[in-house]
Design a protein around this ligand. Structure first.
Ligand code: PLP
Length: 492
């Protein structure tokens, strides 16, 4: 089978990566279907004028990610698993938060799709050697690791967390910290502790899809506070607080998911004042703060609060690895004991081995070292995303420019033109997240979330290019319909 690949020798992307990425492109859009034979390493190396090792490395990556299979004596073929995109639950209408979350959790196992959908760090950048190093050191303490631990979290980990929090200007003693199974468990516990079915919680619009799912699962209503480039609009927050008497307000002040927006200092002060005036708690999700590209992140609301109005949550899912399932929270004292008791009822405690390993990793400076290494790479991806958007997107499309985190929020003007954009992108081998799942209230516009943390700059550029093409087609078709009928699509 002949394949045509074009290498850019001046590009910062390694040659093997360019080869692997272009094969993925061709497999995704079915130019190389399941079962197609790839050229031999020797032949491709000759054709491209690169060493065999370069091609071997590209094939190794494709094989490791499940895109191709090698059969001794027969050759290398596109894997039959590339058809597994049919298993996406969210590919059929209606797209629900539950279906989207389910897909996000297994997206890396779906071969043949390139994902700009998951707000996670890149698994290839995890500090595997360093982390496995500390795991090995714990062998001598095998007996301790084999046992249950304290529900509040391993003492050594809470000591390391108190140090980490101090760097975020959060003054919390190890005894005030509760270790959780990620921010997700912390949010579920807070909701269970504070709400009854039918209660109202205020959320930013848009907000984190997983949190909307948590509220729904507990029968709690989400009421939307509009968010702009400076954060949640405080006059709306105040009006809705007066109207609904919410149990709490959930906010992601720094590098918000799904928008990447960071609240301005004025908004932060104003929203704390509203919370105090109306007597509701602010539940602050700070898990993207240390993924900062341009300058240090602002201190959390918790550090600015003088009246015990803020519950603070974070985890290692964005800074290190989501598979750890380790998060932590700090809550005002009476709530803390209630949360601890609920945590005991849920799952007793977090895995002892992982807690001790993480404690050692943190105490040895592993997180700082890791972030020093990966933040420039994520910054490069953010920059590649923004440059590609600027270059390819048609007029009328808007997007946010995050200075940290992994997410950007895109707004398309005409809802009707894009009702099948998500499904069309999947047919072209690309997946993003449709915006509706992040909304507590419907919107007049069509939105989508793009995440740039998980893919190389080359892949990001080609994903943005495909998406722009689909959007341009949608806009052109609407323009044609408009000039034929003289009738614009309604905004809602
Ligand atoms: C804002 C926000 N909060 C919480 C989570 C889930 O965090 P964890 O893995 O710590 O449960 C995510 C994951 O994407 C998120 O974006």
């Amino acid at each position: 089978m002949s394949v045509s690949l074009r290498l850019e020798r001046n590009s910062p992307a390694a040659l093997y990566q360019q080869i692997a990425d272009q094969f993925k492109d061709q497999i995704s859009n079915n130019r190389l279907p399941a079962g197609a034979r790839l050229p031999t390493i020797r032949r491709l190396a000759n054709d491209l004028g690169v060493t065999r090792v370069t091609v071997q490395n590209a094939y190794d990556e494709l094989r490791a990610d499940g895109w191709i299979e090698a059969t001794t004596g027969r050759g290398t073929f596109v894997s039959e698993r590339v058809n597994s995109r049919a298993t996406l639950r969210s590919a059929s209408q209606p797209v629900t938060p539950d279906a989207v979350i389910s897909d996000m959790l297994q997206i890396n196992e779906i071969v043949g799709l390139r994902s700009l959908a998951s707000a996670s760090p890149d698994p290839h950048l995890f500090p595997a050697d360093e982390f496995w190093g500390v795991l090995a050191e714990l062998r001598d303490d095998a007996a301790t690791m084999a046992m249950y631990g304290a529900s509040q979290g391993a003492p050594a980990l809470r000591v390391a967390l108190a140090d980490l929090l101090r760097e975020r200007a959060v003054d919390a003693a190890p005894d005030e910290i509760l270790v959780t199974a990620g921010v997700t468990q912390g949010l579920a516990l807070v909701t269970q502790a504070l709400c009854r079915p039918g209660d109202v919680v205020l959320v930013e619009q848009p907000t984190y899809v997983g949190f909307l799912h948590t509220l729904k699962a507990q029968g709690v209503h989400a009421v939307a506070v509009p968010l702009d480039e400076e954060g949640p609009q405080v006059d709306a927050l105040e009006r809705l607080a007066a109207q609904h008497r919410p149990r709490y307000f959930y906010t992601i002040p720094t590098f918000q998911n799904p928008t990447g927006v960071t609240q301005s200092p004025a908004r932060r002060r104003a929203l704390l004042a509203v919370a105090l005036r109306y007597g509701f708690l602010v539940v602050e999700d700070d898990l993207y703060a240390c993924v900062a590209y341009d300058q240090s992140p602002p201190p959390p609301l918790f550090a600015e609060d003088n009246s015990a109005s803020v519950v603070y949550l974070s985890s290692f899912s964005k800074s290190l690895m989501p598979g750890l399932r380790i998060g932590y929270m700090v809550a005002p004292a009476p709530l803390h004991s209630k949360l601890l008791s609920l945590r005991r009822a849920h799952d007793l405690c977090s895995p002892t081995l992982l807690q001790y390993a993480l404690a050692r990793f943190l105490a040895g400076g592993g997180l700082k070292k890791h972030l020093r290494r990966v933040l420039p790479l994520y910054r490069e991806r953010r920059d590649a995303y923004l440059a590609a958007m600027q270059h390819h997107m048609p007029a009328g499309v808007e997007w946010t420019r995050p200075s940290g985190g992994y997410c950007s929020w895109i707004t398309l003007p005409q809802r009707r033109a894009f009702s099948s954009l998500y499904q069309m992108a999947i047919q072209h081998g690309w997946v993003f997240t449709p915006g509706d799942v992040f909304l507590a209230d419907p919107s007049a516009h069509y939105h989508l979330r793009i995440c740039f943390g998980n893919q190389s700059p080359t892949v990001i550029r080609s994903g943005v290019e495909v998406l722009s093409r689909l959007i341009r087609t949608g806009l052109n078709e609407t323009d044609r319909t408009h000039s034929e009928t003289g009738d614009w699509a309604p905004l809602v």
